[in-house]
Design a binder for this molecule. Sequence first.
Ligand SMILES: *Cc1c(COP(=O)(O)O)cnc(C)c1O
Length: 462
Amino acid sequence: MFTELQGKTIFNQAKDYAFDYLDHLYERNVYPSKQALENLKHFDQDLPDNPTSTEEVLTLLHQHGSPATVTQAGGRYFGFVNGSSVPAGLAAKWLSDIWDQNTAMNVLSPLISRLETVVESWLNDLFNLPSHTAAGFVSGTSAATFCGLAAARFRIYERQDWDINEKGMNGAPKIRVVTGRDVHSTVLKAISLLGFGKENIEWVETDDQGRIIANQVPELDENTLLILQAGNVNSGSFDPFEEICERAKKAGSWVHIDGAFGLWTNASKELKHLTKGTENANSWAVDGHKTLNTPYDCGIVLCEDRDALVSALHMTGSYIILSESRDGMLYTPEMSRRARVVELWAVMKYLGRDGIDLLVNGLHERALQFAQELKSQNFQVLNNVVFNQVLVACDTDELTVKTLEQIQELRECWCGGAIWRNQKVIRVSVCSWATTKEDVSCSVRSFVKGREIAIAKKTGGK
Ligand SMILES: *Cc1c(COP(=O)(O)O)cnc(C)c1O
C-alpha cells in the first residue's frame, strides 16, 4: 500500500509541510501567538463518523498545528532543559518511522537489537563506565530513574533474602533512601511509585549552588539507596561525587545518579571534572533528548549490575522468544517500544567523540556568554555557570516577574521562571545545538527590552 502513488503523495505532502516549517523557523515567534493558540479551537471536534482523507488530516495539522508549536527546533528556546534535534538524528528517525520496528525482542527486530548493543557499549565508553554496564532505552530520565531505583530495590532486598518480585513491599525490611534537598521531582515520583515512600527519605542539606554537602551525608550501609545528581535543574550544579561515591562503595550502598542533562559533561575534556567519581555509582539515568539533542522520547538507564536490572524488569510468557543476543524488553518497563535507539545511534555516529565534546562544551560557552552579557546589562546572575544553566534576577522580585512576563510576550526567545533560594528568577537553559552567539545576543536584547517595558508600565501608573 505504501508503494501506491497515493501513499507516496501523502508522504511528499508531509515532507513539504515539514520543509515549509523549517524554512520559516528563524522568523517565527519562539512561542505561538495568541491568534495561533486561539485557532487550536479547530481541533475541538467530535470523533468523526466517517473517514477523513489523509490530505485533509495533514492539511489540518499544518494549517492549525504548525503555527501553534513552540519553536524548540530553533536556537532561542531556553525554557526548562529542552534540547532540539541534530538533523542527522531527525532524518534517521524519519527513516526508522517507515521501518516501524518493535524493539521488544531480538526476534522482532535483529537490527534494533544490534544497534542497542552497539550504543550500549558506546555509552559505557563515553561515560567511563564499567564495560559490563547494561543500558535500557526508555522514554526519558523519569523512566530511567524508575528503572535504576527498581534495580537497586531488587538487589538490596535480594541481599536480605527477600525476593521483592514475589513477596512485594508488604512486610518487607526497610530500605534507607538518602538524597539531597535539591533532588529533581521525577526522582521523588520514582520513590513513590516503587513504594519507598517520600516520608522515609533521609534528606541531606545542599549548599548555595544546590550541591549535596558531602559531610552531611549520614552513615551509609548496605541497605541504603543514595541518589545523587549530575546537573541541578535550576543552577546546573553537580554533587561532589568523588568523595561521596567512594564512601558509598566502601559501605556497600547503592548509588543512583540522576544525570539527565549533566552526565554528558563526562564527554567533554573541558567539563569532565564535574562528573569525576560518577563511574563508581551503580546506576545512572540520562537523556538523549536534552544535551545530546536527539529528537524527543529518548532516555537511557545504565546499570552496572545487569542481573539486578534484568531481574527487576523481566517478564515471561509462553509466547515470548528470548534470544542469545539482546532482547530490549529485559531492560525496560515496556514490552513493545519504538526504535528510539536509531536516533541515538545516528547522532553519536554523526558527531563522533569530538563532535559530542564540541556540542556539550558549546552549550557551556553560550551559557557563559549569556551570563556575561546579562551582567553587563545590570541583570544579576545568581549561580556559578558551571555548565548550561543561568539563573537571572532583576533588582526586585516584582521586577523579575514583570520582566519575565514581557520577555514571554515579546516571543523573541522563551524562558521560564522559578524560585531559587527564596528569590524569583528567570531560568535560562542553553540546551540546543542550534543556539548561536547571535541568538544569545539577540535574546539578551529581548531581556533588556522586556525590563524597559516592565519599568515603563509600572511608572506609567498602570
Ligand atoms: C529533565 C530532568 C529530569 C526528567 O527527565 P525527562 O526526560 O523529562 O523524564 C530528571 N532530572 C533532571 C535533573 C532533569 O533535568
